[in-house]
Design a protein around this ligand. Structure first.
Ligand code: UDP
Ligand code: MG
Length: 337
């Protein structure tokens, strides 16, 4: 009877339908389509051979305008399909749509630009298949050559700040490249935040997570969709939906300023009363006005950000809209008689 609980956990993590779902969002990746689908086919073959799992592929077209959908749809085979969104919703939501469509026991998230290699994917699959106690395995970038020092420093600071006094921590350098069990995928789709910050959501969801290290491949074609501005916007999302720290820092600063202002006022009052010193000129006044005014504006801006998140969350819109689902036509896979 001692083993009752561990058995139960193992049973709930047992693979019931023997399917691995691979979810890949793409935005204008027509150039990568042939190489990526070739890799998927190879991965499918190896996964069947090595782990006895069948593969379902869900490609999410996140509003591509370069004919990616046509390029990918001509390369579909077996249980592969394309969920085509009605416009560009952003990678975070495209992934969400893919995870929601996934039916496998295991769900592997992979970029369509070949930066997430087959070898690392196999490592992820192996790590989760061989360990029933683990619910999520995520890949951590071991080397960030492509990132400049500025970006790296900024990202370190970001994680330091965002992890201050949280009940869950977001591991730095962990992205969407990960594999999870169906239970985790279901939990993730319950989190219907509209302003999505996946790293925060993965951490919030909990479960037993494990990491492996990897070095991302170079992009084979195209360019990264993340501009500096986009990254900044995303980290803002991270803060406003997962941390009240900026508000707390600012309001403490506000109290300090107000307190200093009152003390200074008392000092001036006492000087006038007891020594007859008239307030000397404008400089001190200007400084006070500028400091307090600037601080007020900053705080108002911060409040606005949080308010904007609140507003978008209260609008009861769906997270995404599917335009069409494209499946592989069986005729293509059967040889003509
Ligand atoms: N992507 C997407 N929607 C977007 C931006 C990107 O579906 O709005 C896809 C993109 O096609 C790629 C993956 O998300 O398959 C990662 O994007 P990218 O390579 O630009 O990001 P990075 O690798 O630089 O983090
Ligand atoms: Mg990439």
């Amino acid at each position: 009877m001692v083993s009752a609980i561990p058995n139960q956990i193992a049973a709930s993590n047992a693979l019931t339908n023997g399917t691995l779902s691979i979810v890949s969002p793409f935005l204008n990746e027509a150039e990568s389509a042939p190489a990526f689908t070739r890799m998927l086919a190879e991965l499918e073959r190896i996964v069947a051979e090595r782990f006895g799992l069948s593969v379902e592929v869900i490609l999410v077209d996140d509003g591509s305008t370069d004919g990616s959908a046509a390029a990918f749809s001509s390369l579909l085979q077996g249980r592969w399909k394309i969920v085509q969104l009605s416009r560009n919703f952003g990678k975070e939501i495209a992934l969400f749509a893919g995870i929601e469509a996934a039916r496998g026991d295991l769900v592997l998230l992979m970029d369509a630009d070949l930066q997430h290699s087959m070898a690392v994917s196999l490592q992820l699959i192996e790590a989760i298949v061989n360990d029933p106690q683990t619910d999520v395995v995520y890949a951590v970038r071991g080397d960030r050559r492509e990132s400049g020092l500025m970006r790296l420093g900024f990202s370190r600071l970001f994680y330091k700040l965002i992890n201050v006094r949280q009940r869950f921590t977001m591991p730095p350098d962990a992205g969407d490249f990960r594999i999870m069990r169906a239970s985790v995928a279901r939990a993730f789709t319950l989190l219907r935040d509209k302003k999505r910050f996946n790293k925060g959501l993965y951490a919030w969801a909990g479960f037993r997570q494990k990491s492996i290290n990897y070095i991302p491949e170079e992009r084979v074609a195209g360019v990264t969709r993340w501009s500096k501005f986009g990254l900044l916007a995303l980290s803002k999302e991270g803060f406003t939906s997962f941390s009240a720290l900026p508000l707390r820092v600012l309001s403490s600063f506000g109290f300090l300023l107000a307190f200093a202002g009152v003390a200074y006022g008392i000092k001036i009052l006492l000087e006038v009363m007891f020594y007859g010193i008239v307030v000397p000129g404008y400089p001190s006044l200007m400084v006070a006005i500028l400091v307090i005014g600037g601080f007020n504006l900053a705080l108002l801006g911060m409040l606005g950000e949080y308010l904007w998140v609140t507003l978008s969350e209260t609008k009861d819109r769906p997270l995404y809209i599917v335009r069409e689902t494209l499946e592989s036509t069986p005729a293509k896979t059967t040889a003509p008689a």
